[in-house]
Ligand binder design. Structure first.
Ligand SMILES: NC(=O)c1ccc[n+]([C@@H]2O[C@H](COP(=O)([O-])OP(=O)(O)OC[C@H]3O[C@@H](n4cnc5c(N)ncnc54)[C@H](O)[C@@H]3O)[C@@H](O)[C@H]2O)c1
Length: 466
């Protein structure tokens, strides 16, 4: 089948950038991204490219090239579904906050809604592509809904095509992926659908990087990839605490083990912990699936990755409190960074939220500067935790659009995101306007320790022994 009309349901961090790149690389395909969130669609259509709802380096250029040529953002979900031959589902799949599997299983209500909507609207055969990260065997539920609620003689093929992009480098990851994974049925129709999707990617991805598998392997591979990545972070973070006690230095240990080609150097930087919308959610999901099958040892093994990550965030906050003479009440603590990593405006599960929560409970005044996160987002992140009233969150946390102002008169600075610009600041000037002794708690191992110590800062880096 020659695909020339694609629809994507969900204009978020995955749907938006992914479809923008498909449209840029395939000018012969009309790509329509739809969402029920009108404000989000309006922002994707904004002439001012700094207002795009997702910040990713290079994304503005791609959107401006393809938008209104063969890339469209719309709230007309049904029209786009009916027109398209291939429909990507890229809606959110958060952890359930209610009922069975609460706090663990993926909430599939948005996925099911999409499947029902596709079934109700479709008047021709469709290839439905799971782009969202889903529990293994979700494709069979989608197929059931499509086959049983559809108009009868319409045929649906379900493919799993998980997205491996990392926020902050989404554009380059999409343009130059390590691999594209496509899972489909082993029937001739399933294989045809796989071929149709492979041909879309083959417009820019070398054929040998397009991997095809059965549906279940593809679904499970995405959860597994995130679990392995998060596990490396938790592994090095577990060692960081031991380094502090023994006088070892976690950066030196990471370098020494990372040069072993069997281990490799990536994802070995000790930090205040991983965040983002995916790692925790996907591991919890894996744990839930394992428990469902009665595989308790498997479940416990992976759950430990989350337990370690929570411990690391709390430990970082407690270290600040302990170092500031066991009281942070009424002390100003400046946060540089709120996003869960650099080069994104995404704050979901960001370590900064949890560190702020701990410090606010000790009645400190938090002053935050982040180059891309708006203050409204910071407050809604805190409010979501429900630890205190939203009024108290606004009293306790102040946001700044100037980092020097955020740090002025502060007792301590905590680096929560590894934004490159923090390295370029005039740290002498920052020091001159702080309370003394002036502390820096570098939760990302970002700054030049020797330079800061020379200026006079007391510098704390996670995982550095005395
Ligand atoms: N963020 C990442 O880095 C990343 C990477 C790989 C995979 N994923 C997976 O991709 C999926 C999407 O993640 P995201 O970060 O883009 O989420 P997101 O919350 O940024 O975007 C999802 C969008 O879907 C829309 N939506 C929900 N239900 C809808 C419906 N019925 N009709 C139309 N629109 C609807 C929402 O309004 C929202 O704008 C998740 O399953 C996630 O696990 C995310």
């Amino acid at each position: 089948m020659n695909i020339n009309k694609i629809c994507c349901i969900g204009a978020g961090y995955v749907g938006g950038p992914t479809m923008a790149v498909i449209a840029q690389k395939c000018p012969h395909i009309k790509v329509t991204v739809v969402d029920v969130n009108q404000a989000r669609i309006a922002a994707w259509n904004d002439k001012d490219l700094t207002k795009l709802p997702v910040y990713e380096p290079g994304l503005d250029k791609i959107v401006s090239e393809a938008r209104n040529r063969n890339l469209f953002f719309s709230t007309e979900v049904e029209k786009a579904i009916d027109e398209a031959q291939m429909i990507f589902i890229s809606v959110n799949t958060p952890t359930k906050t209610y009922g069975k599997g609460k706090g663990m299983a993926a909430d599939l209500k948005y996925i099911e809604l999409c499947a029902r909507q596709i079934a109700n609207v479709a008047t021709s055969d469709k290839i439905v592509v799971e782009k969202s990260t889903l529990p293994v065997r979700t494709a069979s539920a989608i197929k059931d809904i499509l086959d049983n609620t559809g108009k009868g003689n319409i045929k649906f093929q379900i493919l799993s095509n998980p997205e491996f992009l990392a926020e902050g480098t989404a554009v380059s990851d999409l343009i130059n992926p390590d691999r594209v994974l496509i899972g489909g049925e082993t029937t001739p129709e399933g294989q045809q659908a796989i071929t149709a999707l492979s041909e879309v990617y083959a417009n820019w991805v070398p054929k040998e990087r397009i991997l095809t598998t059965n549906v279940w392997s593809s679904e499970l591979s995405k959860l597994t990839a995130n679990a392995f990545l998060a596990q490396r972070v938790s592994s090095i973070n577990a060692l960081s605490e031991l380094c502090e006690k023994t006088g070892a230095n976690v950066d030196e240990v990471a370098k020494a083990i990372g040069m072993d080609s069997r281990i490799g150097p990536k994802f070995l930087k000790s930090s205040v912990g991983f965040g983002g919308s995916c790692f925790q959610k996907d591991i919890l999901n894996l744990v839930y699936i394992a428990k469902t099958y009665g595989l308790n040892e498997v479940a416990n093994y992976w759950e430990q990755v989350i337990i370690m990550n929570d411990h690391q965030k709390r430990r970082f906050a407690h270290n600040i409190i302990k170092t500031l003479y066991n009281t942070v009440a009424d002390k100003k603590i400046a946060f540089l960074g709120w996003a869960f990593k650099k080069d994104t405006n995404d704050t979901r599960e960001s370590a900064a939220i949890y560190v702020a929560d701990e410090l606010l409970s000790e009645q400190s005044n938090i002053a935050v500067y982040d180059p891309k996160v708006v203050s409204q987002q910071m407050y809604s992140d805190l409010d979501y935790l429900n630890t205190r009233s939203s009024e108290d969150n606004r009293k306790g946390l102040t946001t700044y659009s100037n980092p020097y102002e955020a740090c002025k008169d502060a007792h301590a600075i905590a680096i929560l995101t590894e934004w490159d610009e923090f390295k370029t600041y005039d740290w002498q000037k920052i020091y001159d306007h702080m309370q003394k002794p002036a502390f820096v708690f570098d939760g990302r191992g970002l700054l030049d320790k020797n330079k800061l110590k020379e200026i006079g800062f007391v510098y704390y880096r996670i995982g550095e022994g005395e």
